[in-house]
Design a protein around this ligand. Structure first.
Ligand code: ZN
Length: 68
């Protein structure tokens, strides 16, 4: 599980390209912004899950570079 201090979620696609969604704290919400496209969203719950969903759906990036 990602820690609460994680400030970004990065995934690689099948071509080895890295896609990053940055997570910024904004009051009780987290502001998500994708570095690859212009997607951004404010979410209150499970920001990392939302980031992973975006990376998978928009960029087919599902490989976690931090996984052993
Ligand atoms: Zn994106």
């Amino acid at each position: 599980m990602p820690s609460m201090t994680t400030s970004k979620v990065s995934r690689w696609d099948q071509h080895g390209r890295e896609h990053v969604v940055h997570v910024r704290k904004s009051g009780v919400r987290r502001q998500l912004s994708c570095a690859t496209c212009d997607w951004c969203r404010a979410v209150q719950f499970l920001p990392w899950l939302k980031a992973e969903e975006h990376l998978a759906e928009a960029h087919q990036a599902t490989v976690d570079p931090t996984a052993a």
